[in-house]
Structures are given as C-alpha cells and as structure tokens.
Design a protein around this ligand. Structure first.
Ligand code: ATP
Ligand code: MG
Length: 870
C-alpha cells in the first residue's frame, strides 16, 4: 500500500464515523507564547479542550504536520540515530470534543488497524495508565475494561506516568493515555523474546504507533491538576511508522515516504545507503532535516538568528555538518534535494510547489555561509592544536568555538581525536550550563493561573466597527518577566482592542471605571483564541463595568499603513511580476515594513513605479469593500490573495480596494484617500531571494515632506535664495574641483622653487649632505620634495618639519647607500625625534614620517637631527 493511500484510508475511515476532515494547521505557530512549532495534532484544538472556544464539529480528524525539536517534545538528537523518530512528521489524529470517549476511541482504533488495514493482532500490544500516587491519580480501569473486550489480557500492559500520561507542555490540557505498539520483528525473534518485554524499551522494531489520549485535566501553573469542564479524546498516530508497518519494512526510512530522497542523496553525494552505519546515520539525518527545513520555509519561517528561525537554522546546520563529516561534502548539496522532495510531497502540500524557488535558494545560501563558518572554525581549531600544551584543549576554548562560530562540539571532538588530542568535556559542559542559565534567567516568564470572574467562553471582537465599548473583565492573571517586569493580562467579555496579528501591532488605549479610575492598556495580543490586554496595574476593583477606549490616533495611523501595505503588495505583483509573495509584514503606526520574494534588487526606476502605482490608487479614492464571513473557497475564486503558513477558517474576511483583494484580519482605512501619501524610505535584502521595503504614509509622510522642504529652504537661503539650487550647487562643485587643481599645481610649483633653494642650503658633515628645515608643505608635498632631492643629490640626509593644520609633521629621508654605511635608520630617527612633537611614527630605514600634536616642538626636533651625523 502506497503511503498516499494509507493517508486516505485513515481519513476515509473517520469520515465514515461522522468525523469532519480538516486541513493541517501550519507547522509554525504564531499565536501561542508557550509553543513555537506544532508538536502534536491537538495543538490547533487546545482552546476547545480548555473551553475557550467551541469547535465547529464535535468529531474531527486530520493529518497534521508536526515538528519535535524544542521544548517538552524534542527528538532532535534521536533523529538519524534511530529509524523511527523524525523532526518533522505527519500525525494522523481523530478527536472528540466532549462527544465520544474511551469506548469508541479504543474500538475504532482497533477496527481501523486490524480490520481495515489488516495488521496481525498477534503483533499488537496496548498500554494503559497504571496510576500515580504522587499526583493522586488512579489506574485507568475504564480503558482496561474496553481493551479486554478486544485483545488478550496479557497484551494489555501497565504504563507509568512517564509513558502513559500525556502532556503538551508545562501547563495546559493533559490526561491518561493508552498506546498501541507494534512488534515487527521476525517470527524467529518473536519466539525468542516476547514482544511484551520490549514495549517502551526503545526497541527499533517494537514501537509505539498510536497514542489515544483521554483529556480530563488541566495542569495549572503551580503544577496541580484540575478537572476539565468536559472530557475529550485526542489521538495521534505516526504516519511514517504506520507506513513502515503496512509496507512490511524495518525502518521508516525504507518506506516510500523516504526512499526517493535517500536515492537522491546517494546520487548527489556519491555514497550508498546500507553499507556503513555512520554514512547511514548521516543520510537519514539529511533526508529527515531537509523535509523539516523545507516545510518551515514554505510556512513562512526562514532560518534566522533568533526564536523559531534559529531552531530551523540549527536543524539545517546539523544536516550540513553530518554531510561535511561523514559524506565528505564540503560544498552545498542539500538544496539539490528540493526537486525530489517537491515532486514527492507537492501534491499533498502545494505550498512546497509554489515556494520551491525560495526553499532552494534559502537552503543553498545557508549551506554556503555555514560551510564558510566551518572553514574558519577549522583554522581556529588548528591554532588551538599548535599552541596546546599537552594533549588536552581547554573546554572554554571549544565552547568559544561553539558559541561564537557555531562550530559543533562533536565535530571538534572528532577532529581532535583524529589528531591524537582531546578536550575537557566537563569544562565545556559547565560553560554551556552557565550560558543556558543566563539566557533562561533573561527569558524567564512566570505565568500565573487565570482568575476567572465570569464564565464567558467567547470574547467577541467588535473593533472593526467601534473603538469604544462597555466591557467586563472575565478573567485576569499576572505575568512576570525579567524583560518587561510585572504585568497583568486581562480578558474581556467583548473588546474593541485589535490584538497584534497579521503583522499589525496591537492597540493601545485605556479602561475607565465609573469612579474615574483609569487603567492604561499598553498592548493587546492574541493567545490562541483569546484577546489579551496588557496593563501595568490591575484596576482596584476588577469586577465592575469599564469603558474600554482604543487610542484612535494610533489606530488610524496603523490602519493607513495596513491599507498601504495591501496596495504595495498589489503594486509589486503588477510591476515586478506575480512571483512576488508576501514573506513578512510589520504594520506599525509610524511605518510599514514589507518582505517579499524577489530575486534581484528592486531598481530605483522600479521603486518609483511602485510608489507612483500606490499613490495613484490613493488619488483614486477607492472605497474599502470589507467582506466578512465569506466562504474561504469563494474568496480564493474571486482572486483574494492568501498567505502560506497562515491558519484560515472556513469563512474568512476579505479586504478589497479596487483590484487589490487579500484575506486579512487587520484594520483598514475606509477609503484609500485616507492613506494620504505613500513614500518608500528604503529597499534592502533580508535573505537570499527576499527583499524588504520600508515605507511611510499619512502623518509620517507629512512630517517627511515638511522636514525636507524646511531643509530645502535653508539650502536656498545659503545659496543666496537661488531659484535653482541644484545648478547652483553643481556650479560650486565645479569651481571647487577647479580650485583644488589649481592648489595642487601651485604646491608643485612651490616645491620646485623650494627644491632649488634647499639645494643651496645643504651642508656637508662627514661626507653627508645634511639639511634639517621647516617647510610649508603637507605630508605628501614633503615626501615628493624629499624623493626629488634624493634623485638629484647623493649621500643625502634630510629632515623636514612642517606645521600643517596645527599638527606637527616630520619627514626623514636618507639616501639608501648611506643607510648601511653610516648605520642610520630613518624609522628609528623619526620615532626618537617624534618625542619633541608629542607624537610617533615610523617607516623604512631610508624614509619615515612622524606626526604629533605639538608644532612648538618642531624646531627642537630639527636641531636634534644634526647629532645623528656626528
Ligand atoms: P515515542 O515514545 O516513540 O517517542 P511519543 O510517546 O513521544 O512516542 P506521542 O507524543 O504519543 O509519541 O505521539 C503520538 C504518535 O506520534 C506516536 O505514537 C508515534 O507514532 C508518533 N511520533 C511521535 N514522535 C515521533 C517522531 N519524532 N517521529 C515520528 N513519529 C513520531
Ligand atoms: Mg517521544
């Protein structure tokens, strides 16, 4: 059975059990401060479990792109070493939101695996939660009783809290779970050791494929558990592992999910898979990581230096160095795999197809730059080896290499070993620990539990229509971080405040109580489905009614920038071409920033055209057509632009200004004329294939014009009120060039005259033609003069002094033939005489100069010169 067929079988099965099939949520998470990447199918439904919103259906199934590389679920170090953990994988899942529970979840899982997919019952084991005294939790007898109906009791095993109590993170929904494991060993091996002994023992052929989680609790900030309002089912089955079982393979990498990639890696790196364990690990690492990185880029998350981008960069670098070390690839090669990947997965994930160019370019550029870093690191490492005392390198040095140059410690260790050296690992570890503690302390956020004042699951957003409302606080909590200090987060029953999102900043404003007490809202953000208002102090009585007021001026400026962003997007697609897609956007009240895919610098001419295009739309005074709640499909058919990596519901909001139509949740002007004017302030590169435009509109544009016209007026005034300051300045510049030429010529003439004079002043001392004199020349003039005299006079010793622009200069010239003969050195001489002018200098034995800040000492220096000849 092909993998694509297996995926469909799963979805079809649950559709037949009245589940609604939904698309995968993006892998990169935007609205949840506790999670960077989707690490399980349930993430996108978290709010349903917590009762913060209501699902559109009580039964849902899907396949979800997951990434387990950070936080509570981090499999990165396993990947490649074993054959069944990936960084990015697909999780097949079915959910019940307060609908069915253990009986159906268990029954259907069994039916699908054994009847529909035909897995041999004798190869299956299940586990149930054995209970946990410390948490006050009992054994999951209910699950046991349901399983007992389907499978022999000796195949139902007890599992500890570690394996059989599922938690998404440190806080949030959780509950006991029941796992299904498959034993895919040969019949012979199975006869020797019973599979039951190998369940949850990290055996590569006795692996968990499906986890049925029964959500009953919420883990609070203090670590205690509270019962959820309703009981839910959350299941997750590893798609690649299921393929391994059904395709009768011993490794996920031998299924058709991976074989095309592995063949391509073999070709590109001229290696072969299955002969040498080290090479195999490297090939698996690369095959796995290229998927994770490509999907992340397609979702809009590029490798970068911070946050989620840094995690992606580290994954790619891990692949690069496995290639570097074990496949001997010192040139970029991973980018060559994108073709195969896109061919293979592009049908199920069309974002890969449309972002293929970007994916390829970004990976290639990352490879190039990291390979350069590795080269630098190798040089530094070589230095450490040559300067090492003994055979051990200090852990600090290896840490420095790792921290500053991104040079991985295992690679350092490997190279050192090859050369008969080692490094102090405990020193390295303690440095690493120190660094971790520093960054943990800096980034630590303590989040308290919610204080619930009113049970209100939906917080209505009314900010498209009103900037003021009477509200009640439904819940609040305290958050504390080193960066921002103590803040309170408030949730209202309804709110006019726009939460940061879609690139647009969150609203600011205030709350006013009837007694006149005012509480300022410093920011508004979205956390999953909740709109959270940040305040520095809690109102004295949070339970009263408040008037909530949005800062209208800030909102209007932000709206102008947001609408201008749409027009800019349209302009870029019109002028540069339809390959332009949005890659990032920041809509602030003072400016806007727009990142987009485009492969060369946008020329000045093109930028002008873009500006003109946007300003023409502003001049046309196009009225906003806001379409709320139209079906997603319809909006796309009408030509609305949607973004990859963005999570859209079944119905969407579309923002239309003439021919510009985008799916967007942001706030906009009601007419393009409100944008007033659009000015591009900069164009630059962000990454390979991604450009950035920054621009201003409205009030900021007015200020821009005012400042410039003021500056212009000043210029005019300086130019005697010239009507045409540009030609006036050009004329001044021309005159200036001519004058400079004249000065140079005069200097030359003067030097020539001087040369004649000086020749007459030469004095012979011990066979040397000596002269020490102050001359009215700059450094270049003195040098020319000295060399010219040197060409005409033999056995010459010159010392010139000059007071040039209040700096003292000395120039010493000694004919080459007497340098050795008389043991003179111009460099030493100017250094010594430099003391008189409070300065220093140097040069060669026959010519040297010094500069100092004491022109009064020039004479003394000149007088001291004679002594060198006596
Ligand atoms: P394991 O113990 O094997 O790491 P898990 O307990 O972490 O698995 P769950 O969190 O229960 O797994 O995830 C549900 C299912 O997703 C698992 O049964 C497994 O089939 C699959 N799965 C989990 N982690 C990975 C991974 N890193 N790569 C591929 N599949 C995975
Ligand atoms: Mg795991």
């Amino acid at each position: 059975m092909k993998s694509s067929e297996i995926r469909s079988k799963f979805l079809d099965f649950f559709q037949s059990k009245s589940h609604e099939i939904v698309p995968s949520a993006p892998m990169v998470i935007k609205d949840d401060p506790t999670l960077m990447f989707t690490n399980a199918g349930m993430n996108q439904f978290k709010e349903y479990f917590l009762g913060n919103s209501t699902p559109k259906s009580e039964r849902i199934a899907d396949t979800q792109k997951c990434l387990r590389v950070s936080g509570k679920h981090n499999d990165l170090e396993e990947v490649g070493m074993d054959t069944y953990h990936h960084t990015m994988f697909e999780m097949l899942g079915n959910w019940s939101f307060g609908n069915y529970f253990k009986k159906e979840a268990i029954g259907w899982a069994w039916e699908l695996l054994t009847e529909v997919l035909g897995i041999d019952k004798d190869k299956l084991y299940v586990t149930i939660f054995e209970g946990d005294k410390a948490e006050g939790l009992e054994r999951d007898q209910e699950a046991y009783d349901h399983w007992k109906q389907l499978i022999a009791e000796d195949r139902i095993l007890n599992g500890s809290k570690h394996d059989n109590f599922w938690e998404m993170g440190d806080q949030g929904p959780c509950g006991p779970c029941s796992e299904i494991h498959v034993d895919i060993r040969s019949a012979e091996d199975r006869a020797k050791i019973p599979g039951a002994d190998l369940v949850n023992q990290d055996h590569p052929q006795v692996v968990e494929i499906w986890n049925l989680v029964f959500m009953q609790f919420n883990r609070k900030a203090d670590g205690s558990l509270e019962k959820l309002p309703a009981r839910h089912v959350d299941t997750g089955m590893g798609f690649e592992r299921l393929c391994m079982v059904l395709q009768d393979k011993q490794s996920n990498y031998d299924t058709d999910v991976f074989t095309p990639l592995i063949r391509e890696i073999e070709t590109v790196t001229k290696t072969s898979y299955g002969k040498d364990e080290k090479v195999d690990i490297a090939i698996r690492v690369i095959a796995d990581h290229v998927r994770a990185v490509a999907f992340s880029i397609a979702d809009g998350q590029l490798p970068s230096n911070t946050g989620a981008g840094y995690v992606i960069r580290r994954i790619l670098r891990r692949a690069i160095r496995y290639g570097f070390t074990f496949l001997d690839k010192k040139e970029p090669f991973i980018f060559r795999l994108t073709d195969t990947l896109v061919k293979q997965m592009g049908t199920a994930f069309p974002e890969l197809v449309s972002e293929k160019n970007l994916i390829t370019n970004v990976i290639r550029e990352e490879e190039q730059s990291f390979l350069r870093t590795l080269d630098q690191g190798l040089v530094l490492l070589e230095n450490m080896i040559t300067t090492a005392k003994g055979n051990e390198i200090s852990g600090q040095k290896v840490f420095e290499l790792y921290d500053t140059y991104g040079f991985p410690k295992d690679l350092t260790g490997l190279i050192l070993r090859e050369r008969g050296y080692s490094y102090n690992e405990s020193e390295f570890d303690s440095e690493l620990q120190k660094q971790k503690e520093r960054s943990r302390a800096a980034g630590k956020v303590e989040t308290g539990d919610w204080n619930v004042l009113a049970d209100d699951s939906e917080e209505e957003f009314i900010g498209y229509d009103s900037l003021e409302a009477n509200v009640k606080i439904t819940r609040y909590r305290k958050v504390e971080s080193k960066k921002e200090g103590e803040l309170f987060q408030l949730v209202f029953n309804l709110t006019p405040f726009y939460p940061e999102g879609g690139g647009q900043v969150g609203d600011k404003g205030y709350l006013e109580a009837a007694n006149g007490e005012v509480t300022y809202v410093v920011d508004t953000k979205k956390e999953n489905n909740l709109i959270i208002h940040f305040v520095k102090n809690l109102p004295r009585n949070p339970e009263v009614n408040f008037k909530a007021v949005v800062d209208a001026k800030q909102r209007a400026r932000t709206a102008a920038n947001h609408s201008a962003t749409h027009l800019l997007h349209q302009a870029l697609r019109n002028i540069l071409g339809p390959h332009v897609t949005q890659k990032g956007s920041m809509v602030h009240s003072r400016y806007l920033r727009f990142d987009f895919s485009h492969f060369s610098k946008v020329t000045e001419e093109e930028l002008h055209q873009v500006e003109d295009f946007v300003n023409a739309r502003i001049r046309e005074s196009i009225a906003l057509e806001e379409r709320r709640n139209i079906p997603y499909k319809q909006a796309i058919e009408e030509g609305a632009l949607a973004l990859f990596g963005e999570k859209y519901g079944d119905t969407v909001r579309a923002i239309k200004f003439g021919n510009s139509m985008e799916l967007c949740g942001g706030t906009h002007v009601t007419n393009t004329s409100d944008v007033w004017h659009f000015i591009i302030t900069s164009e630059s590169a962000v990454a390979s294939g991604i450009r950035r435009i920054e621009a201003i509109t409205g009030d900021a544009a007015k200020t821009y014009f005012m400042e410039r016209s003021e500056a212009f007026r000043k210029v005019q005034k300086v130019l005697n009120n010239s009507k045409d300051p540009v030609s006036a300045i050009e004329k001044i510049q021309e005159e200036n060039t001519a004058l400079q030429k004249q000065i140079q010529q005069l200097q030359k003439d003067k030097a020539k005259g001087l040369k004649g004079e000086l020749k007459n002043e030469l004095e012979e001392i011990n066979g040397v033609q000596f002269l020490a004199k102050e001359v009215p020349l700059d450094a270049a003039g003195m040098k020319d003069l000295a060399f010219e005299l040197g060409a005409e006079v033999e056995n010459l010793f010159l010392l010139f002094g000059s007071n040039h622009e209040d700096k003292a200069l000395l120039t010493c010239y000694i004919s080459k033939e007497i340098v050795a003969e008389k043991d003179l050195n111009a460099g030493t001489i100017v250094r010594e005489l430099g003391k008189h002018i409070q300065g220093g200098g140097g040069g060669q034995p026959f010519f040297a100069t010094a500069g100092g800040k004491n022109p009064a000492g020039i004479n003394a220096a000149l007088e001291a010169a004679r002594a060198y000849l006596s």
